[in-house]
Design a protein around this ligand. Structure first.
Ligand code: GLN
Ligand code: ZN
Length: 790
């Protein structure tokens, strides 16, 4: 009998109930009891949704983050919140969000990494970073040489009591000790591994506590096993699990998100009772693993994709599983590949989704339905689930054959892609001269990254238009008025390269996705990003092209209107193919690189239309390029190669005179700088203001050849940088990059800020540019005089 189980369920609620309850509690509009009650209801509902499974997770529910829960469980609270008395939950939110709760979340916009411990007088929020290669962000555990741990299992035990009372067959889920240390940060640069010795007794005590509760199985998550581990970290696994093997519970060691590869032997032979592996990421690793696995161990195979939203091919999965099931018998367990935290809750909520596309999808609830079918087939034979398998096969066949998915014209265009498509006519130096002649910009040109504040009126107009209550002419008039306002403000400020302000966009991916064939949008397909924040990734289901057989421009009208209002150059503003890809749920019937190529061709069409319409500078945002890096470094280059090529295809069809910009929302480029250079954008703008320009070192050491706009205005903070501060930052930048290749701009788009913050900040930026130009002129004059006299 195959055991079917689940590793984790999305906690946010099918209608984001948890989000709204949290935010209401934080605003002081509801009580702690109300929040706790809602939490209990969600847990109950989610356990019910998992009924019929042999084991469901407990402890996967969290009011903010499961890693932060783990820090509390282990008594590892940052020093700065110790000694706070009062309610445990409030203390928990204090670490999660910082003390000045209202501002701290606003500081952490939905982007790569967060934190830096910055805070306004209160308690600094814990730093956040991405959970492996997902879009979920956890609160980084903090360590120092003196860190002590102390078990506090109250919260987990309370959830266990609830599950028991509801008759749920469960297994507690915790983050394993090695992963917990690996994903944390030693604030004093001490060796985190030295803490293992102190950490393990607390884990042992926890396991004993669970055993005393009658718990049979505990799921211990160690996803760090799918990354490259050095000898010390491999050794830590042996130390940890040899020490924990005395526990009177059975341990299911869970790995996911990737391939065990060279860690397979280690993982197979740790003294635990079962091992879960991600058979979606690594189907090829399973058979070799069977050979390594000791004969008493359970092997749990993650056979349903916990990271994507497509239906599983149930018959093919069974074909693959049958011989393994024969070999392992009771020792085979099956589950989703990882926690379902990374997919939306329930497809049945979707009322507006195209029915054809909908019939191809499975969200968390539907994935568990698939798991039940697989379980039944393995136990009772396929005949027992004949109807379900037939329906599944029909849906998949319809998807494979759908003309919505396959567009011959796109495939022809992709087949025609040759090496020349991604290449500019001339090398940077020649282009730069022609662009300088055409644009006649001053030294230290000033610009912004694209968006201006999204006021309540703009949001309202967009909402009304979407809902059909505002007609197109009225909507266009509202947007044009906003564009005109942005242009006016920029002219007044004296910026050199203007933008139209992106008033018509609510989201940089959705805006383009909605205008591309091959994309669908859900109403409730929310996935937790961090805390109460969720994202709703669009669904890339088919071949990508612009509408009307690829001819319908997406941004030209707004951009040319904006350009008509000014003599200064107006930047066209697009989202790049790699970012579109990385922030979408992507079809699984072709490699991601193939979908990326199609996106690149569609964006290229838009770039060329903008150029044709007289736009001289085009920015292609690749905010999420770095996010797509595979977990294993050995696979980085392959990703970077196709990602950079996709960007080049989108950008490089233009004439030498047209200046291509790209923008990235981070600045850790040390390890990928060669690929950034290979993108060959004329100008790259990046986020640097908080790092005091130190992050430009990568560009200096690499001798980055093109122009750079290091951000001088931290747009995640309400602070307004002074002119002096900006001058100082730019001087630091000029120590690293020759001044003639520097631009002055904010870190990122300004859409989350207010106009009354943006105007003074940009005014200081422009003044700083003028001061720097004056200095530059003063320095170069004597030299030219001297040159003239000799
Ligand atoms: N052009 C976009 C904006 O300014 C870029 C956003 C981003 O990099 N995340 O809003
Ligand atoms: Zn950005």
């Amino acid at each position: 009998m195959t055991t079917i189980h689940n590793l984790g369920f999305p906690r946010i609620g099918a209608r984001r109930e948890l989000k709204f309850a949290l935010e209401s509690y934080w605003r002081g509009e509801s009580s702690r009891e109300e929040l706790q009650t809602l939490g209990a209801q969600l847990r109950q509902r989610h356990w019910q949704a998992q009924a019929g499974l042999d084991l469901v997770p407990v402890g996967d529910f969290s009011f903010y983050d499961q890693v932060l829960d783990m820090s509390f469980l282990l008594g590892n609270l940052p020093e700065r919140v110790r000694g706070f008395h009062g309610d445990a939950l409030d203390n928990y939110f204090r670490v999660a969000r910082g003390r000045s709760a209202a501002t701290s979340d606003a500081w952490r916009l939905a982007k790569g990494s967060y934190g830096h411990g910055a805070c306004c007088g209160g308690v600094a929020a814990g730093e956040m970073t991405k959970w492996f290669d997902t879009n979920y962000h956890y609160i980084v555990p903090e360590f120092c040489a003196g860190t002590e741990f102390k078990l506090d299992a109250a919260r987990l035990l309370a959830q266990i009591a609830e599950a028991k009372a509801q008759g749920v067959r469960f297994k507690p889920v915790i983050v394993g000790p090695v992963t917990y240390l690996a994903i944390g940060k030693a604030k004093d640069d001490s060796n985190k591994l030295a803490l293992l010795e102190r950490l393990l007794p607390v884990y042992a005590e926890l396991l004993d506590t669970l055993a005393a509760q009658g718990v049979e199985w505990v799921q211990i998550d160690e996803p760090i096993l799918v990354t490259e581990l050095d000898a010390d970290w491999q050794h830590a696994f042996n130390t940890a699990y040899h020490q924990l093997k005395a526990a009177k519970v059975k341990i299911l060691l869970a790995t996911y998100f990737g391939q065990l590869q060279e860690n397979a032997y280690l993982a197979a032979n740790l003294p635990v009772d079962g091992l879960h592996v991600d058979a979606i990421s690594d189907p090829g690793g399973v058979l070799p693993l069977l050979g390594l696995l000791p004969a008493h161990k359970v092997l749990s195979l993650g056979v349903i994709n916990g990271r994507n939203i497509w239906k599983t091919d149930l018959s093919a999965t069974l074909d693959w599983l049958d011989p393994i099931a024969q070999r392992l018998g009771e020792r085979l367990w099956i589950a989703p590949s990882c926690s379902l935290l990374h997919v939306p809750v329930d497809l049945d909520s979707e009322q507006k989704l195209d029915p054809e596309v909908k019939s191809w999808l499975a969200f968390a609830q539907q994935k568990l339905g698939e798991l039940r079918v697989l379980g039944k087939a393995l136990r009772n034979g396929r005949d027992a689930v004949k109807a379900e398998l037939a329906a599944n096969a029909a849906a998949l066949a319809a998807r494979r054959a759908s003309p919505r998915v396959h567009n011959p014209a796109v495939q022809v265009a992709v087949a025609r892609i040759g090496a020349d498509l991604g290449r500019r006519e001339s090398a940077y130096a020649q282009r730069a001269a022609k662009q300088a002649a055409q644009l006649s910009l001053p030294a230290y040109p000033t610009t912004t990254i694209g968006s201006f504040p999204q006021t309540a009126e703009i949001r309202h107009a967009r909402g009304e238009f979407k809902a059909g209550r505002l007609d197109r002419p009225a909507y266009q008039a509202a947007m044009r008025a906003e564009i005109a306002r942005s242009v006016r403000e920029q002219e007044k400020l004296g910026l050199d390269v203007l933008v139209h302000g992106e008033a018509e966009r609510n989201d940089m991916v959705e805006y383009f996705g909605e205008q591309l064939e091959g994309y669908a949008f859900s109403q409730f397909g929310w996935v937790q990003s961090y805390g109460s924040r969720c994202v709703k990734p669009p669904i890339l289901f088919g071949d990508i092209s612009r509408q009307n057989n690829g001819t319908k421009a997406m941004t030209v009208e707004w951009t040319t209107y904006a350009q008509s209002l000014t003599h200064k150059p107006m930047k066209g503003m697009l989202t790049g193919p790699v970012t579109m890809l990385n922030w979408s749920f992507v079809r699984d019937d072709q490699p991601r690189s193939a979908s990326c190529q199609q996106l690149a061709l569609a964006i290229r069409d838009e770039v060329l239309d903008l150029e044709k319409a007289g736009i001289k500078i085009i920015q292609i945002d690749e905010a999420a390029l770095r996010e797509g890096l595979p977990l294993r470094r050995a696979q980085w280059q392959q990703y970077l190669d196709w990602a950079v090529e996709a960007f080049r295809i989108s950008a490089n069809g233009v004439r030498d005179e047209t200046q291509i910009h790209t923008h990235m929302c981070y600045s850790e480029f040390n390890d990928i700088i060669a690929s950034i250079a290979a993108m060959d954008a004329d100008v790259v703008t990046i986020e640097t203001s908080r790092s005091d320009m130190e992050l430009l070192d990568a560009f200096e050491h690499f001798q980055y050849p093109n122009q750079i706009g290091p951000g001088v205005y931290d747009i995640h903070s309400p602070n307004i940088p002074t002119q002096e501060h900006i001058v100082q930052l730019m001087k630091k930048a000029a120590e690293r990059i020759p001044a003639e290749r520097l631009w002055i701009n904010p870190d990122c788009g300004l859409k989350t800020r207010q106009w009354d913050e943006v105007i003074p900040a940009l005014a200081h930026m422009v003044q700083a540019a003028r001061a720097l130009r004056a200095e530059l002129a003063a320095h170069s004059e004597p030299r030219s005089v001297a040159e003239a006299t000799c």
